[in-house]
Design a protein around this ligand. Structure first.
Ligand SMILES: [Zn+2]
Ligand SMILES: [Zn+2]
Length: 362
């Protein structure tokens, strides 16, 4: 049996590789990929802003069906029994569980993260989501997807949703807090829903109709349209008007542009919190006076990734809230694996909110 997998060697370039799908070794699990979303980090590479020199095996927000279980594998990482055909979401990275950060619960900052494959030529070849198959390694965390959560929803639990779940936990965002979410893409919408479920008052900022619409339907109390408030001062004034006085308790930056970070610093109340997630490109920089931080006593918590067990929390949240928010609409464009480049292009042009690559479409 042969399988296909995509590789992004440089910006705006996608190539496909074909290999024999090898026998599943003890401790490993083989999935047939049903869906892999286009995430912001893939777009940064696609645009040439991030990791462009090394290339990337795209696809980490994925779900699939068990094609074969290696010897000794009979349960997921929460103890649920699994069998061929079951729907699975794997955590796409591996941490050491031994370093100072892992043992203190901050696995997202693991000091010895285990490396992934740099190129699909390395066996077992299928270790990323823009692919027909996916091998889960023995130490890799994975969970069975709850029956009422479709694959297209489960796929986004992996990166976007687990990441913001962790961020809101680290920021202790809870009942009565006011939170501004900058950017209503995949991360932003998940953050809005989770923050609302915890009783926070949520204001979403974006400049695209479809995204603003979704922000409302995912529970945002208020939205601010960037086209209506084109400069940062006007947006800050509007946020202050809505939150009353000194500004919001917290701002979550998931817009992925440096200007959004400095706007968050300007917007948050004195003594408030900025959760920085969106900026991951070294090449994108901005100047800002560090005195903003000191003079306003602002706390900044920045992070990427999440403790692996957050994927389980995210899947459970989805199962509980699947009818409350329009999760089924999060993926608004579906592409076969052969048209994955088009999925990336349309995402780059923001013609779609969340594009899905679905190998079984052909
Ligand atoms: Zn570690
Ligand atoms: Zn991602």
């Amino acid at each position: 049996m042969k399988g296909k997998i995509a590789f992004m060697p440089a910006a705006h370039t996608l190539e496909f590789h074909e290999y024999e799908v090898s026998q599943v070794q003890p401790g490993w699990t083989l999935l047939e990929v049903t869906q892999s979303n286009v995430c912001g980090s893939e777009l940064h590479v696609w645009k040439g802003e991030f990791m462009a020199g090394r290339g990337m095996m795209p696809g980490h927000e994925l779900a699939g069906r068990v094609a074969a279980l290696g010897g000794g594998v009979s349960r997921d990482c929460a103890g649920a029994p699994i069998k061929p055909g079951d729907r699975i979401a794997p955590v796409y990275f591996r941490v050491c569980y031994r370093c100072r950060n892992c043992v203190s619960g901050n696995h997202a900052a693991c000091l010895n993260p285990l490396p992934g494959n740099p190129h699909p030529d390395h066996p077992p070849h299928f270790t990323a989501g823009f692919s027909t198959h996916y091998f889960i390694r023995p130490e890799q965390i994975f969970y069975r997807v709850p029956d009422n959560v479709p694959d297209e929803v489960a796929a986004s639990a992996n990166c976007a949703m687990s990441q913001v779940f962790w961020a809101l936990d680290r920021g202790r965002i809870g009942y009565g807090d006011s939170l501004v979410v900058q950017g209503a893409g995949g991360l932003g919408l998940h953050a809005i829903a989770i923050a609302r479920a915890r009783g926070a008052y949520v204001i979403a900022i974006d400049g695209v109709d479809g995204r603003l619409n979704h922000a409302r339907r995912f529970g945002a109390d208020e939205i601010i349209d960037i086209r209506q408030y084109p400069d940062a001062r006007a947006r800050t004034a509007r946020v202050r008007e809505l939150t009353g006085g000194p500004g919001p308790d917290a701002v979550l930056e998931v817009a992925g542009v440096p200007q959004a970070f400095s706007e968050a610093l300007a917007m948050v109340r004195a003594g408030g919190l900025v959760l920085e997630l969106g900026n991951i490109s070294r090449s994108l920089t901005i100047e800002f006076p560090p005195s903003t931080l000191t003079m306003k006593s602002i706390q900044v918590i920045a992070m990427t990734g999440y403790p692996p067990h957050y994927l389980k929390k995210a899947l459970d949240f989805l199962s509980l809230h699947i009818d409350r928010y329009p999760y089924g609409e999060l993926c608004d464009a579906r592409f076969p694996l052969s048209r994955a480049a088009e999925a990336l292009d349309k995402s780059e042009r923001r013609e779609v909110t969340r594009a899905a690559v679905m190998p079984q479409l052909g």
